[in-house]
Design a protein around this ligand. Structure first.
Ligand SMILES: [Zn+2]
Length: 213
């Protein structure tokens, strides 16, 4: 590990409106039935209870309710971008951060370095707090990658392939072009103060994988 771990995304999210809080409370009761990408997870896995993850390959590990904004995307906001991040934390610590209501940060998907395992912590219909920019948060899906920007050893083949498949599924679901204008780094978000995914992230390879090349 080549850099001191530091909080990946310290930022000040917009305070949810009272209406938003009320809607959030109402939405909690139906959260398990609102998946967008996989309309019926129960059908995908008929032997199991309905899995609330939108991506049927993802493990549902919900973020603290205080760390994201309940919404009704894409009806409420268009979903136009995928924002690529690197955690600056190991996987377990990143999960703990998303589950800590004091951290005010969350992500839709977190990809593990060693094996490409994906955790989903916020539903795609909801607004995760990851881009440090409210407008981009409302219009994007965020994907975190376990690792550190200055050590490319974290960016494994398994991680690239698994993440690219997840991004491709998001692009297909919302009609997002699979290019660098729409699949962007956190550092490319206007007014971003973060540098991830950094110069070691292989964008050409990633975009090729997203496009099935
Ligand atoms: Zn980031």
């Amino acid at each position: 590990m080549s850099s001191a771990p530091r909080p990946p995304h310290v930022r000040t999210p917009r305070t949810p409106s009272r209406r938003g809080l009320l809607r959030g409370g109402m939405a909690l009761g139906i959260a398990a039935t609102t998946g967008l990408v996989s309309a019926s997870p129960a059908l995908a896995h008929p032997g199991r209870a309905a899995a609330p993850a939108d991506n049927p390959g993802a493990e549902w590990i919900p973020a603290a309710a205080a760390n994201f904004t309940v919404a009704d995307r894409p009806a409420e906001y268009p979903v136009e971008y995928v924002v690529i991040h690197v955690t600056q934390e190991v996987y377990a610590d990143a999960i703990a951060i998303f589950q800590d209501p004091a951290k005010e940060v969350s992500i839709h998907y977190l990809v593990r370095s060693a094996d490409g395992h994906i955790a989903q912590t916020v539903h795609e219909k909801d607004v995760a707090w990851h881009a440090g920019n409210w407008d981009y948060n409302t219009r994007s899906i965020g994907i975190e990658h376990e690792g550190f920007v200055d050590d490319p050893a974290w960016f494994t083949d398994a991680m690239y392939r698994s993440s690219a498949a997840a991004t491709a599924a998001v692009c297909d679901a919302y009609g997002i072009p699979k290019d660098r204008q729409h699949i962007i780094g956190h550092s490319e978000v206007p007014e971003a103060t973060h540098t991830d995914p950094g110069p070691n992230w292989d964008w050409a390879r990633y975009i090729d994988l997203v496009n099935g090349r």
